[in-house]
Design a protein around this ligand. Structure first.
Ligand code: SF4
Length: 45
């Protein structure tokens, strides 16, 4: 399976545009899970 970073970035609603995990959902979720947080796209829902 190819990485869908470019495709994901078009849909990502996270406002942290400088984050290196922007559009890399697997790393984004793992990072926030480790910190006991939700990723930006799931916050406030
Ligand atoms: S939710 Fe967190 S890890 Fe994901 S793009 Fe935004 S700042 Fe980066």
């Amino acid at each position: 399976m190819e990485c869908k970073k470019a495709e994901n970035e078009k849909k990502c609603v996270c406002s942290s545009d400088t984050c290196p995990r922007h559009g890399v959902c697997c790393e984004c979720i793992a990072y926030h899970r480790e910190n006991g947080e939700l990723p930006g796209c799931l916050r406030g829902k």
